[in-house]
Design a binder for this molecule. Structure first.
Ligand code: ADP
Ligand code: MG
Length: 397
């Protein structure tokens, strides 16, 4: 990795401002899934062991540029305290005299959580006045929020103009896993893409046609390809604008060495729901009025055998409507095949991560990326502001 991390600078005894991703699901004032909070623990521990004063910043949800009591980080502070086994102090503001006083009162190893950064409209505007106010609180800025690194906000990027900026340990893990995917994958490199919208993922498809040995496409996305090839796709979900995009990818696949593999068969349903009548049909002959909601058994067999032989696998996007049991089999089988694959395995995407958790295989996957949109932008080869602002390894302080 080209960027400095907390390990590359002397943090001992310093006041460290850490951008974490505590954008977690809440219900009735409690954290329902603490995966993202757990992901921040290694960096917080590392800093506490070096007597730092750890000041944490995060956004939560989408407040309308003003404080919204339902999106306070109070429940997060509570959960974080339980995980760390120490009290975590939480302040009601992001910057200003009260926050400055709270920081001044911190001792070595103390952890303080600021309020939801998006309560201040200056956060999303990357307003340097907020960056300056925050920079006053610390000596070093650590970005550990990979999933927000594609945004140029104050706490995800702007702060680097005022403080020495380095990556946290979770950020480092994410970058290393995705770098391996885009720059030096082990062969054969098998990519599985599914989920809903082709146009959102087309640049990723394009990149993988150059990088991968096999690109397996399932989920709703596959119907844009089916339609582009003139297949009968019945009432399957397809975005019209995606069809020409898929046609382009099909054309490109003839020029590259990557094998583009589309479903042979699908599980079709006569309506969208768990109670629907179903039948397995060829993917290019879905009866009128029926919709493909999962990949079929032949496709499962061919996808899983390619995955089993892979040196490296990247998977983004469910292969079917896995939220409904009758259409979960394709995604479950792929999740299990990825988990069993002896090669390096990387999985990303909000719903895909939910699927590997649901099927209980998350801990058998080498890297589960928590950065949905950020991971796809990284793979596209885009510059992520939250990464590019960090100090380069060779940079002398
Ligand atoms: P991720 O969040 O992992 O990037 P997406 O958001 O692109 O994934 O897509 C996930 C959604 O796609 C899931 O809610 C799933 O139900 C839906 N989906 C997958 N296959 C189909 C299909 N054949 N028809 C309709 N929806 C589908
Ligand atoms: Mg999604």
């Amino acid at each position: 990795m080209k960027k400095k991390t907390v390990r590359d600078i002397d943090v001992t005894g310093k006041r460290v401002l850490v951008r974490v991703d505590f954008n977690v699901p809440l219900k009735d004032g409690r954290v329902v899934d603490d995966t993202r909070i757990r992901a921040a623990i290694p960096t917080i521990r590392y800093l506490r062991e070096r007597d730092c004063r750890v000041i944490l910043m995060s956004h939560l949800g989408r407040p309308k540029d003003a404080p919204d009591p339902s999106l306070t980080l109070d429940p997060v502070a509570m959960r974080l305290g339980q995980l760390l086994g120490i009290p975590v102090r939480k302040v009601g503001e992001i910057s200003g005299p009260a926050v400055e006083a709270a920081v001044a009162a911190m001792g070595p190893g103390d952890v303080l959580l600021l309020e939801n950064t998006r309560f201040d409209p200056r956060e999303k505007n990357n307003d340097p006045t907020l960056a300056e106010e925050l920079a006053r609180l610390g000596d070093v800025y650590v970005n550990d929020a990979f999933s927000a690194a594609h945004r140029a906000h104050v706490t995800t990027a702007g702060l680097a103009a005022f403080l020495p900026a380095v990556a946290g340990l979770q950020m480092e893990k994410e970058i290393q896993a995705l770098e391996s995917v885009v720059s030096n994958p082990k062969r054969p490199f098998v990519v599985v893409l599914g989920g809903a919208k082709v146009s959102e993922k087309i640049k990723v498809i394009d990149r993988f046609l150059d990088l991968a040995d096999a690109l397996l496409i399932g989920g709703a996305m596959s119907f844009a390809f089916g339609k582009a090839r003139g297949a009968a796709i019945g009432a399957s979900k397809v975005e019209e604008e995606d069809v020409p995009v898929a046609a382009q990818a099909l054309l490109k696949s003839e020029r590259v060495s990557c094998r583009l593999v589309l479903p042979d068969d699908v599980v079709a349903a006569d309506s969208f729901g768990a109670e629907a009548a179903t039948q397995v049909v060829p993917a290019n002959a879905i009866p009128e009025g029926w919709m493909g909601l999962d990949i079929g058994p032949q496709t499962v067999a061919s996808f899983t055998s390619l995955i089993a032989q892979a040196g490296e696998v990247f998977w983004n996007g469910p292969l079917g409507v896995f939220e409904l049991e009758p259409f979960a089999e394709g995604t479950r089988a792929v999740a299990e095949a990825v988990a069993a694959c002896p090669g390096l395995t990387v999985v990303g995407g909000g719903d895909t991560v939910a699927a590997v958790n649901k099927f209980g295989v998350a801990d058998k996957i080498d890297h589960v990326s928590l950065g949905g949109g950020a991971a796809l932008e990284f793979i596209e080869g885009l510059d992520l502001p939250g990464i590019s602002v960090l100090l380069d390894k060779e940079q002398v302080l």
